[in-house]
Write a protein that binds this ligand. Structure first.
Ligand SMILES: NC(=O)c1ccc[n+]([C@@H]2O[C@H](COP(=O)([O-])OP(=O)(O)OC[C@H]3O[C@@H](n4cnc5c(N)ncnc54)[C@H](O)[C@@H]3O)[C@@H](O)[C@H]2O)c1
Ligand SMILES: O=C(O)C[C@H](O)C(=O)O
Ligand SMILES: [Mg+2]
Length: 463
Protein backbone atom coordinates (compact mmCIF):
# COMPACT_ATOMS: atom_id res chain seq x y z
CA UNK A 1 0.00 0.00 0.00
CA UNK A 2 1.03 3.60 -0.49
CA UNK A 3 -0.02 6.23 2.05
CA UNK A 4 0.25 9.92 1.23
CA UNK A 5 0.66 11.80 4.52
CA UNK A 6 0.79 15.45 5.40
CA UNK A 7 3.09 15.65 8.39
CA UNK A 8 3.39 18.54 10.83
CA UNK A 9 7.05 18.14 11.67
CA UNK A 10 6.71 20.30 14.80
CA UNK A 11 4.15 17.95 16.29
CA UNK A 12 5.47 14.48 15.38
CA UNK A 13 8.79 12.84 14.55
CA UNK A 14 8.94 10.71 11.44
CA UNK A 15 10.35 7.79 13.43
CA UNK A 16 7.14 7.76 15.55
CA UNK A 17 5.09 7.31 12.39
CA UNK A 18 7.34 4.46 11.25
CA UNK A 19 6.99 2.66 14.59
CA UNK A 20 3.21 3.12 14.61
CA UNK A 21 3.05 1.47 11.18
CA UNK A 22 5.40 -1.35 12.25
CA UNK A 23 3.24 -1.97 15.37
CA UNK A 24 0.31 -2.76 13.07
CA UNK A 25 2.29 -5.19 10.93
CA UNK A 26 3.46 -2.80 8.16
CA UNK A 27 6.97 -2.84 6.74
CA UNK A 28 8.02 0.56 5.39
CA UNK A 29 10.00 -0.09 2.19
CA UNK A 30 10.17 3.32 0.49
CA UNK A 31 9.66 7.00 1.21
CA UNK A 32 9.08 9.65 -1.46
CA UNK A 33 9.10 13.28 -0.42
CA UNK A 34 6.43 15.01 -2.49
CA UNK A 35 6.58 18.49 -1.00
CA UNK A 36 8.23 20.24 1.96
CA UNK A 37 7.34 23.55 3.49
CA UNK A 38 8.62 25.00 6.72
CA UNK A 39 6.82 22.78 9.17
CA UNK A 40 4.97 20.60 6.77
CA UNK A 41 6.12 17.62 4.80
CA UNK A 42 4.04 15.66 2.30
CA UNK A 43 5.38 12.14 1.81
CA UNK A 44 4.36 8.93 0.08
CA UNK A 45 5.12 5.89 2.22
CA UNK A 46 5.26 2.54 0.47
CA UNK A 47 4.41 -0.17 2.97
CA UNK A 48 4.49 -3.92 2.55
CA UNK A 49 1.81 -5.88 4.39
CA UNK A 50 1.61 -9.65 4.63
CA UNK A 51 -2.16 -9.56 4.19
CA UNK A 52 -4.67 -6.94 3.08
CA UNK A 53 -6.25 -7.27 6.55
CA UNK A 54 -3.41 -5.17 7.93
CA UNK A 55 -4.17 -2.32 5.54
CA UNK A 56 -7.27 -1.14 7.44
CA UNK A 57 -5.48 -1.41 10.79
CA UNK A 58 -2.56 0.69 9.58
CA UNK A 59 -4.87 3.32 8.11
CA UNK A 60 -6.79 3.55 11.41
CA UNK A 61 -3.59 3.88 13.44
CA UNK A 62 -2.15 6.59 11.17
CA UNK A 63 -5.41 8.57 11.33
CA UNK A 64 -5.13 8.65 15.13
CA UNK A 65 -1.62 10.15 15.15
CA UNK A 66 -1.69 13.82 15.97
CA UNK A 67 0.24 15.96 13.54
CA UNK A 68 -0.47 13.56 10.68
CA UNK A 69 -3.20 13.95 8.12
CA UNK A 70 -3.93 11.13 5.69
CA UNK A 71 -4.25 12.52 2.17
CA UNK A 72 -4.67 9.31 0.21
CA UNK A 73 -4.38 5.52 0.43
CA UNK A 74 -3.56 3.53 -2.64
CA UNK A 75 -2.86 -0.10 -3.11
CA UNK A 76 -0.04 -1.19 -5.38
CA UNK A 77 -2.26 -3.79 -7.00
CA UNK A 78 -4.85 -1.15 -7.89
CA UNK A 79 -2.13 1.19 -9.15
CA UNK A 80 -0.93 -1.58 -11.44
CA UNK A 81 -4.43 -1.85 -12.90
CA UNK A 82 -4.92 1.87 -13.56
CA UNK A 83 -6.05 2.25 -17.17
CA UNK A 84 -5.87 -1.51 -17.75
CA UNK A 85 -2.85 -3.75 -18.19
CA UNK A 86 -2.36 -4.11 -21.95
CA UNK A 87 -2.25 -1.95 -25.06
CA UNK A 88 -1.95 -2.27 -28.85
CA UNK A 89 1.46 -1.70 -30.46
CA UNK A 90 2.21 -1.11 -34.15
CA UNK A 91 4.53 -3.48 -35.98
CA UNK A 92 5.29 -0.87 -38.65
CA UNK A 93 5.34 2.89 -38.20
CA UNK A 94 3.17 5.21 -40.30
CA UNK A 95 5.56 8.06 -41.03
CA UNK A 96 4.45 9.50 -44.36
CA UNK A 97 1.78 9.41 -47.05
CA UNK A 98 3.46 6.50 -48.73
CA UNK A 99 3.24 4.37 -45.59
CA UNK A 100 -0.32 5.53 -45.10
CA UNK A 101 -1.40 4.52 -48.55
CA UNK A 102 0.03 1.04 -48.03
CA UNK A 103 -1.28 0.20 -44.56
CA UNK A 104 -4.55 1.90 -45.37
CA UNK A 105 -6.42 2.99 -48.45
CA UNK A 106 -5.78 2.65 -51.37
CA UNK A 107 -3.22 -0.19 -51.31
CA UNK A 108 -4.83 -2.14 -48.49
CA UNK A 109 -7.65 -2.94 -50.92
CA UNK A 110 -5.38 -5.25 -52.92
CA UNK A 111 -4.67 -7.23 -49.80
CA UNK A 112 -8.37 -7.39 -48.97
CA UNK A 113 -9.12 -8.78 -52.43
CA UNK A 114 -6.35 -11.37 -52.17
CA UNK A 115 -8.03 -12.69 -49.01
CA UNK A 116 -11.44 -12.45 -50.63
CA UNK A 117 -10.20 -14.71 -53.42
CA UNK A 118 -8.51 -17.13 -51.05
CA UNK A 119 -9.71 -16.96 -47.45
CA UNK A 120 -6.79 -19.07 -46.22
CA UNK A 121 -4.59 -16.03 -46.84
CA UNK A 122 -6.10 -14.40 -43.73
CA UNK A 123 -3.50 -16.46 -41.87
CA UNK A 124 -0.59 -14.89 -43.71
CA UNK A 125 -1.92 -11.36 -44.29
CA UNK A 126 -3.74 -10.52 -41.02
CA UNK A 127 -3.20 -10.90 -37.30
CA UNK A 128 -5.20 -14.15 -37.34
CA UNK A 129 -2.15 -16.40 -37.25
CA UNK A 130 -1.09 -15.15 -33.83
CA UNK A 131 -4.28 -14.10 -32.09
CA UNK A 132 -6.42 -15.72 -29.45
CA UNK A 133 -9.65 -14.32 -28.02
CA UNK A 134 -9.92 -14.80 -24.26
CA UNK A 135 -13.68 -14.83 -23.83
CA UNK A 136 -15.73 -14.83 -20.65
CA UNK A 137 -19.32 -14.06 -19.73
CA UNK A 138 -18.29 -13.29 -16.16
CA UNK A 139 -20.39 -16.15 -14.75
CA UNK A 140 -17.71 -18.13 -12.82
CA UNK A 141 -14.80 -15.75 -12.36
CA UNK A 142 -12.11 -17.56 -10.38
CA UNK A 143 -13.99 -18.70 -7.27
CA UNK A 144 -15.73 -15.32 -7.01
CA UNK A 145 -18.84 -16.56 -8.80
CA UNK A 146 -21.15 -14.69 -11.17
CA UNK A 147 -19.67 -11.20 -10.93
CA UNK A 148 -20.47 -10.19 -14.52
CA UNK A 149 -18.50 -9.09 -17.59
CA UNK A 150 -17.10 -5.77 -16.34
CA UNK A 151 -15.69 -7.30 -13.16
CA UNK A 152 -14.27 -10.24 -15.13
CA UNK A 153 -12.05 -8.00 -17.27
CA UNK A 154 -9.01 -7.78 -14.93
CA UNK A 155 -8.68 -11.58 -15.00
CA UNK A 156 -9.02 -11.72 -18.79
CA UNK A 157 -6.48 -8.90 -19.21
CA UNK A 158 -4.17 -10.87 -16.92
CA UNK A 159 -4.58 -14.00 -19.08
CA UNK A 160 -3.81 -11.90 -22.18
CA UNK A 161 -0.60 -10.66 -20.53
CA UNK A 162 0.44 -14.21 -19.74
CA UNK A 163 -0.25 -15.37 -23.31
CA UNK A 164 2.06 -12.65 -24.59
CA UNK A 165 4.82 -12.92 -22.03
CA UNK A 166 5.02 -16.69 -21.91
CA UNK A 167 4.32 -17.65 -25.51
CA UNK A 168 4.28 -14.46 -27.63
CA UNK A 169 0.60 -14.99 -28.46
CA UNK A 170 -1.43 -11.80 -29.02
CA UNK A 171 -4.51 -12.32 -26.90
CA UNK A 172 -7.56 -10.08 -26.63
CA UNK A 173 -9.69 -9.97 -23.48
CA UNK A 174 -13.37 -10.04 -24.45
CA UNK A 175 -16.14 -10.03 -21.85
CA UNK A 176 -19.64 -10.59 -23.16
CA UNK A 177 -22.68 -8.89 -21.67
CA UNK A 178 -24.87 -11.97 -22.04
CA UNK A 179 -25.10 -15.32 -20.29
CA UNK A 180 -27.42 -16.84 -22.85
CA UNK A 181 -25.87 -19.95 -24.39
CA UNK A 182 -27.16 -19.33 -27.92
CA UNK A 183 -26.19 -15.66 -27.89
CA UNK A 184 -22.69 -16.48 -26.65
CA UNK A 185 -22.24 -19.08 -29.39
CA UNK A 186 -23.54 -16.70 -32.05
CA UNK A 187 -21.33 -13.84 -30.86
CA UNK A 188 -18.17 -15.91 -30.72
CA UNK A 189 -18.84 -17.32 -34.19
CA UNK A 190 -19.34 -13.78 -35.47
CA UNK A 191 -16.02 -12.49 -34.16
CA UNK A 192 -14.02 -15.60 -35.04
CA UNK A 193 -12.55 -14.33 -38.37
CA UNK A 194 -9.97 -12.19 -36.55
CA UNK A 195 -8.71 -15.02 -34.40
CA UNK A 196 -6.58 -18.14 -34.73
CA UNK A 197 -8.05 -19.62 -31.55
CA UNK A 198 -10.70 -19.15 -28.88
CA UNK A 199 -9.85 -19.52 -25.19
CA UNK A 200 -13.09 -19.73 -23.20
CA UNK A 201 -12.58 -18.59 -19.62
CA UNK A 202 -14.59 -18.53 -16.43
CA UNK A 203 -17.92 -19.59 -17.93
CA UNK A 204 -19.92 -21.56 -15.37
CA UNK A 205 -21.01 -25.15 -15.75
CA UNK A 206 -23.04 -26.77 -17.17
CA UNK A 207 -23.44 -24.05 -19.89
CA UNK A 208 -19.70 -24.14 -20.57
CA UNK A 209 -19.91 -27.72 -21.90
CA UNK A 210 -22.52 -26.98 -24.56
CA UNK A 211 -20.88 -23.69 -25.55
CA UNK A 212 -17.52 -25.36 -26.05
CA UNK A 213 -18.93 -28.44 -27.81
CA UNK A 214 -21.03 -26.42 -30.26
CA UNK A 215 -18.20 -24.00 -31.05
CA UNK A 216 -15.83 -26.88 -31.64
CA UNK A 217 -18.25 -28.30 -34.18
CA UNK A 218 -19.11 -25.01 -35.83
CA UNK A 219 -15.72 -23.29 -36.01
CA UNK A 220 -12.56 -24.37 -37.82
CA UNK A 221 -10.18 -22.87 -35.25
CA UNK A 222 -9.27 -24.42 -31.86
CA UNK A 223 -11.75 -23.73 -29.07
CA UNK A 224 -10.45 -24.53 -25.61
CA UNK A 225 -12.23 -24.02 -22.31
CA UNK A 226 -9.25 -23.26 -20.14
CA UNK A 227 -10.95 -23.96 -16.79
CA UNK A 228 -11.70 -27.47 -17.99
CA UNK A 229 -8.77 -28.58 -20.07
CA UNK A 230 -5.96 -26.26 -19.00
CA UNK A 231 -6.70 -27.14 -15.39
CA UNK A 232 -6.96 -30.87 -16.06
CA UNK A 233 -3.63 -30.91 -17.94
CA UNK A 234 -1.75 -29.18 -15.13
CA UNK A 235 -3.51 -31.16 -12.40
CA UNK A 236 -2.56 -34.41 -14.10
CA UNK A 237 1.08 -33.32 -14.45
CA UNK A 238 1.14 -32.33 -10.77
CA UNK A 239 -0.44 -35.58 -9.65
CA UNK A 240 1.98 -37.77 -11.61
CA UNK A 241 4.80 -35.96 -9.83
CA UNK A 242 3.23 -36.02 -6.34
CA UNK A 243 2.49 -39.74 -6.62
CA UNK A 244 6.13 -40.42 -7.48
CA UNK A 245 7.10 -38.56 -4.33
CA UNK A 246 4.84 -40.63 -2.04
CA UNK A 247 5.43 -43.88 -3.94
CA UNK A 248 1.79 -44.60 -4.81
CA UNK A 249 0.44 -45.75 -8.17
CA UNK A 250 -2.42 -44.07 -9.98
CA UNK A 251 -4.59 -47.18 -10.15
CA UNK A 252 -4.41 -47.83 -6.40
CA UNK A 253 -5.39 -44.43 -5.02
CA UNK A 254 -8.67 -43.09 -3.68
CA UNK A 255 -9.31 -39.56 -4.97
CA UNK A 256 -11.93 -37.09 -3.76
CA UNK A 257 -12.71 -34.16 -6.07
CA UNK A 258 -14.58 -31.27 -4.45
CA UNK A 259 -16.53 -28.97 -6.81
CA UNK A 260 -18.01 -30.81 -9.76
CA UNK A 261 -18.17 -27.85 -12.12
CA UNK A 262 -16.10 -27.03 -15.20
CA UNK A 263 -12.73 -27.77 -13.62
CA UNK A 264 -13.93 -30.66 -11.45
CA UNK A 265 -15.47 -32.59 -14.32
CA UNK A 266 -12.48 -32.14 -16.62
CA UNK A 267 -10.00 -33.08 -13.86
CA UNK A 268 -12.08 -36.18 -13.09
CA UNK A 269 -12.20 -37.21 -16.75
CA UNK A 270 -8.43 -37.02 -17.15
CA UNK A 271 -7.94 -39.03 -13.93
CA UNK A 272 -10.39 -41.73 -15.03
CA UNK A 273 -8.61 -41.94 -18.39
CA UNK A 274 -5.29 -42.22 -16.55
CA UNK A 275 -6.53 -45.23 -14.58
CA UNK A 276 -7.90 -43.91 -11.26
CA UNK A 277 -10.45 -46.49 -10.03
CA UNK A 278 -11.81 -45.00 -6.85
CA UNK A 279 -12.90 -41.46 -7.63
CA UNK A 280 -15.59 -39.67 -5.63
CA UNK A 281 -17.00 -36.29 -6.64
CA UNK A 282 -18.51 -34.02 -4.00
CA UNK A 283 -20.53 -30.88 -4.58
CA UNK A 284 -22.96 -28.80 -2.49
CA UNK A 285 -25.31 -31.77 -2.01
CA UNK A 286 -22.57 -34.16 -0.95
CA UNK A 287 -21.04 -37.08 -2.86
CA UNK A 288 -22.42 -37.73 -6.34
CA UNK A 289 -23.89 -41.24 -6.44
CA UNK A 290 -25.57 -43.24 -9.18
CA UNK A 291 -28.59 -44.01 -6.93
CA UNK A 292 -29.79 -40.47 -7.54
CA UNK A 293 -30.92 -38.51 -10.59
CA UNK A 294 -29.62 -34.98 -10.95
CA UNK A 295 -30.93 -31.92 -12.83
CA UNK A 296 -27.39 -31.31 -14.09
CA UNK A 297 -26.93 -33.79 -16.97
CA UNK A 298 -23.17 -33.83 -16.43
CA UNK A 299 -23.69 -35.05 -12.88
CA UNK A 300 -25.74 -38.00 -14.15
CA UNK A 301 -22.84 -38.88 -16.44
CA UNK A 302 -20.47 -38.35 -13.53
CA UNK A 303 -22.50 -40.60 -11.20
CA UNK A 304 -22.41 -43.42 -13.76
CA UNK A 305 -18.67 -43.14 -14.29
CA UNK A 306 -17.30 -42.63 -10.77
CA UNK A 307 -17.83 -43.68 -7.17
CA UNK A 308 -17.89 -47.46 -7.81
CA UNK A 309 -18.77 -48.23 -4.18
CA UNK A 310 -21.66 -45.71 -4.21
CA UNK A 311 -20.38 -43.94 -1.12
CA UNK A 312 -22.82 -41.20 -0.07
CA UNK A 313 -22.32 -38.38 2.40
CA UNK A 314 -20.65 -35.05 2.97
CA UNK A 315 -17.05 -34.16 2.12
CA UNK A 316 -16.20 -34.82 5.78
CA UNK A 317 -17.55 -38.35 5.48
CA UNK A 318 -16.16 -39.40 2.13
CA UNK A 319 -12.67 -37.94 2.58
CA UNK A 320 -11.76 -40.55 5.21
CA UNK A 321 -9.06 -42.85 3.83
CA UNK A 322 -8.56 -40.81 0.63
CA UNK A 323 -5.04 -40.55 -0.76
CA UNK A 324 -5.70 -37.39 -2.77
CA UNK A 325 -7.94 -34.35 -2.32
CA UNK A 326 -8.55 -32.12 -5.33
CA UNK A 327 -10.36 -28.90 -4.60
CA UNK A 328 -11.85 -26.85 -7.43
CA UNK A 329 -14.75 -25.41 -5.45
CA UNK A 330 -14.52 -22.57 -2.94
CA UNK A 331 -12.44 -21.22 -0.08
CA UNK A 332 -12.14 -22.95 3.27
CA UNK A 333 -14.19 -26.10 2.61
CA UNK A 334 -11.52 -28.55 3.78
CA UNK A 335 -10.58 -28.70 7.46
CA UNK A 336 -7.47 -29.94 9.22
CA UNK A 337 -9.48 -32.81 10.79
CA UNK A 338 -10.51 -33.91 7.28
CA UNK A 339 -6.88 -34.15 6.22
CA UNK A 340 -6.08 -36.05 9.43
CA UNK A 341 -8.66 -38.66 8.42
CA UNK A 342 -7.06 -39.20 4.98
CA UNK A 343 -4.74 -42.13 4.19
CA UNK A 344 -1.04 -42.04 5.03
CA UNK A 345 0.94 -39.36 3.13
CA UNK A 346 -2.07 -37.40 1.94
CA UNK A 347 -1.82 -35.23 -1.18
CA UNK A 348 -3.89 -32.04 -0.99
CA UNK A 349 -4.40 -29.93 -4.10
CA UNK A 350 -6.51 -27.00 -2.89
CA UNK A 351 -6.90 -25.17 -6.17
CA UNK A 352 -9.78 -22.72 -5.64
CA UNK A 353 -8.80 -19.13 -6.44
CA UNK A 354 -8.05 -16.72 -5.01
CA UNK A 355 -8.49 -18.51 -1.68
CA UNK A 356 -7.90 -22.27 -1.53
CA UNK A 357 -10.09 -24.91 0.14
CA UNK A 358 -7.53 -24.95 2.97
CA UNK A 359 -4.46 -22.81 3.54
CA UNK A 360 -1.15 -24.69 3.28
CA UNK A 361 -0.01 -23.42 6.70
CA UNK A 362 -2.84 -25.32 8.39
CA UNK A 363 -1.67 -28.72 7.19
CA UNK A 364 2.01 -28.40 6.33
CA UNK A 365 2.91 -30.78 9.18
CA UNK A 366 0.43 -33.53 8.25
CA UNK A 367 0.20 -33.49 4.45
CA UNK A 368 2.84 -35.10 2.26
CA UNK A 369 2.24 -32.58 -0.53
CA UNK A 370 0.16 -29.40 -0.65
CA UNK A 371 -0.47 -27.40 -3.81
CA UNK A 372 -2.65 -24.36 -4.53
CA UNK A 373 -3.56 -22.30 -7.60
CA UNK A 374 -1.88 -19.19 -6.20
CA UNK A 375 1.33 -17.48 -7.21
CA UNK A 376 2.47 -16.81 -3.63
CA UNK A 377 2.84 -20.42 -2.41
CA UNK A 378 5.09 -23.23 -3.62
CA UNK A 379 3.55 -25.86 -5.96
CA UNK A 380 1.31 -23.64 -8.06
CA UNK A 381 -1.11 -25.86 -9.94
CA UNK A 382 -2.68 -23.34 -12.26
CA UNK A 383 -3.80 -23.54 -15.86
CA UNK A 384 -1.32 -20.77 -16.72
CA UNK A 385 1.28 -23.52 -16.98
CA UNK A 386 -0.66 -24.93 -19.92
CA UNK A 387 -2.60 -22.40 -21.99
CA UNK A 388 0.25 -20.26 -23.39
CA UNK A 389 2.27 -23.21 -24.72
CA UNK A 390 -0.87 -25.07 -25.80
CA UNK A 391 -2.05 -22.22 -28.02
CA UNK A 392 1.50 -21.46 -29.23
CA UNK A 393 1.61 -25.03 -30.52
CA UNK A 394 -1.92 -24.95 -31.94
CA UNK A 395 -1.29 -21.65 -33.76
CA UNK A 396 2.10 -22.69 -35.12
CA UNK A 397 0.63 -25.73 -36.85
CA UNK A 398 -2.75 -24.07 -37.53
CA UNK A 399 -4.47 -26.89 -35.74
CA UNK A 400 -8.15 -27.13 -36.54
CA UNK A 401 -8.88 -28.31 -33.01
CA UNK A 402 -7.18 -29.18 -29.71
CA UNK A 403 -7.69 -32.90 -29.15
CA UNK A 404 -7.06 -35.33 -26.27
CA UNK A 405 -3.65 -36.35 -27.60
CA UNK A 406 -2.50 -32.72 -27.61
CA UNK A 407 -3.68 -32.30 -24.01
CA UNK A 408 -1.90 -35.44 -22.84
CA UNK A 409 1.24 -34.36 -24.67
CA UNK A 410 1.10 -31.03 -22.79
CA UNK A 411 0.68 -32.79 -19.43
CA UNK A 412 3.62 -35.07 -20.14
CA UNK A 413 5.73 -32.11 -21.20
CA UNK A 414 5.04 -30.32 -17.89
CA UNK A 415 5.67 -33.46 -15.85
CA UNK A 416 8.96 -34.14 -17.66
CA UNK A 417 10.56 -30.91 -16.47
CA UNK A 418 11.18 -32.04 -12.89
CA UNK A 419 13.71 -34.83 -12.47
CA UNK A 420 13.52 -37.43 -9.70
CA UNK A 421 16.50 -35.78 -7.99
CA UNK A 422 14.91 -32.37 -7.93
CA UNK A 423 11.43 -33.42 -6.85
CA UNK A 424 10.47 -32.65 -3.27
CA UNK A 425 7.48 -31.73 -1.12
CA UNK A 426 7.70 -28.06 -2.14
CA UNK A 427 8.66 -28.66 -5.76
CA UNK A 428 6.39 -31.08 -7.57
CA UNK A 429 5.55 -28.82 -10.50
CA UNK A 430 7.70 -26.37 -12.48
CA UNK A 431 7.32 -22.66 -11.94
CA UNK A 432 5.42 -20.48 -14.39
CA UNK A 433 8.72 -18.66 -14.89
CA UNK A 434 10.56 -21.79 -15.96
CA UNK A 435 11.85 -20.70 -19.37
CA UNK A 436 11.57 -24.19 -20.86
CA UNK A 437 7.90 -24.90 -20.22
CA UNK A 438 6.07 -23.05 -22.93
CA UNK A 439 8.44 -24.15 -25.72
CA UNK A 440 8.42 -27.73 -24.49
CA UNK A 441 4.62 -27.83 -24.45
CA UNK A 442 4.50 -26.13 -27.85
CA UNK A 443 6.79 -28.76 -29.42
CA UNK A 444 4.90 -31.72 -27.93
CA UNK A 445 1.54 -30.20 -28.91
CA UNK A 446 2.69 -29.61 -32.50
CA UNK A 447 3.98 -33.20 -32.72
CA UNK A 448 0.68 -34.57 -31.37
CA UNK A 449 -1.34 -32.41 -33.79
CA UNK A 450 0.70 -33.64 -36.76
CA UNK A 451 0.46 -37.25 -35.57
CA UNK A 452 -3.32 -37.06 -35.21
CA UNK A 453 -3.88 -35.26 -38.52
CA UNK A 454 -5.31 -31.98 -37.20
CA UNK A 455 -2.36 -29.77 -38.23
CA UNK A 456 -3.05 -27.66 -41.33
CA UNK A 457 0.51 -26.39 -41.54
CA UNK A 458 3.68 -28.30 -40.80
CA UNK A 459 6.21 -25.99 -39.12
CA UNK A 460 9.55 -25.87 -40.93
CA UNK A 461 11.44 -27.94 -38.35
CA UNK A 462 9.04 -30.86 -38.88
CA UNK A 463 9.08 -30.80 -42.69
N1 LIG B 1 -5.93 -23.61 -10.09
C1 LIG B 1 -6.47 -23.56 -11.27
O1 LIG B 1 -5.79 -23.61 -12.30
C2 LIG B 1 -7.95 -23.48 -11.41
C3 LIG B 1 -8.52 -23.66 -12.67
C4 LIG B 1 -9.90 -23.60 -12.81
C5 LIG B 1 -10.69 -23.33 -11.71
N2 LIG B 1 -10.08 -23.13 -10.51
C6 LIG B 1 -10.89 -22.81 -9.33
O2 LIG B 1 -11.85 -23.83 -9.12
C7 LIG B 1 -13.07 -23.26 -8.67
C8 LIG B 1 -14.20 -23.69 -9.59
O3 LIG B 1 -14.02 -23.18 -10.88
P1 LIG B 1 -14.94 -23.68 -12.09
O4 LIG B 1 -14.52 -22.92 -13.28
O5 LIG B 1 -14.97 -25.16 -12.15
O6 LIG B 1 -16.36 -23.12 -11.62
P2 LIG B 1 -17.81 -23.78 -11.74
O7 LIG B 1 -18.76 -22.71 -11.32
O8 LIG B 1 -18.00 -24.40 -13.07
O9 LIG B 1 -17.81 -24.95 -10.66
C9 LIG B 1 -17.74 -24.75 -9.29
C10 LIG B 1 -18.38 -25.95 -8.61
O10 LIG B 1 -18.07 -25.87 -7.23
C11 LIG B 1 -19.23 -26.16 -6.51
N3 LIG B 1 -19.20 -25.57 -5.18
C12 LIG B 1 -19.23 -24.27 -4.86
N4 LIG B 1 -19.29 -24.14 -3.53
C13 LIG B 1 -19.32 -25.37 -3.02
C14 LIG B 1 -19.43 -25.88 -1.70
N5 LIG B 1 -19.54 -25.06 -0.66
N6 LIG B 1 -19.38 -27.22 -1.53
C15 LIG B 1 -19.29 -28.05 -2.59
N7 LIG B 1 -19.24 -27.62 -3.86
C16 LIG B 1 -19.25 -26.30 -4.06
C17 LIG B 1 -20.35 -25.56 -7.37
O11 LIG B 1 -21.63 -26.10 -7.05
C18 LIG B 1 -19.90 -25.94 -8.76
O12 LIG B 1 -20.38 -27.19 -9.17
C19 LIG B 1 -12.83 -21.76 -8.60
O13 LIG B 1 -12.43 -21.42 -7.29
C20 LIG B 1 -11.68 -21.53 -9.53
O14 LIG B 1 -10.90 -20.42 -9.17
C21 LIG B 1 -8.75 -23.20 -10.33
O1 LIG C 1 -7.29 -17.69 -13.26
C1 LIG C 1 -6.65 -18.50 -12.59
O2 LIG C 1 -5.74 -18.16 -11.82
C2 LIG C 1 -6.89 -19.97 -12.73
C3 LIG C 1 -8.23 -20.36 -13.20
O3 LIG C 1 -8.47 -20.03 -14.53
C4 LIG C 1 -9.36 -19.94 -12.31
O4 LIG C 1 -10.43 -19.64 -12.83
O5 LIG C 1 -9.18 -19.93 -11.10
MG1 LIG D 1 -10.42 -19.49 -14.98
Amino acid sequence: MILRLEIDTKQIRFSDIVSAIADEGGDLVAIDVIQTKQELSIRDLTINVADTLYTAKIVEKVKQLSGVSLVNVSDRTFLLHLGGKIETKLKVPIQNRDDLSRVYTPDVARVCMAIHEEQRKAYSLTIKRNTVAVISDGSAVLGLGNIGPYAAMPVMEGKAMLFKQLADVDAFPICLDTQDTEEIIRTIKSIAPAFGGINLEDISSPRCFEIEERLKQELDIPVFHDDQHGTAVVLYAGLISALKLVGKSIDSIKVVVCGIGAAGIACSKILLAAGVKELIGVDREGAIVSDRTYDNPMWNWYAENSNPNKVAGSLREVIAGADVFIGVSAAGLLKRQDVMSMAENPIVFAMANPNPEISPEEIEDIAAVVATGRSDYPNQINNVLCFPGMFRGALDCRAETINEEMKLAAAEAIASVISDDERNKLYIIPSVFNQKISKLIRDKVVEAAIRTGVARRIPREYR
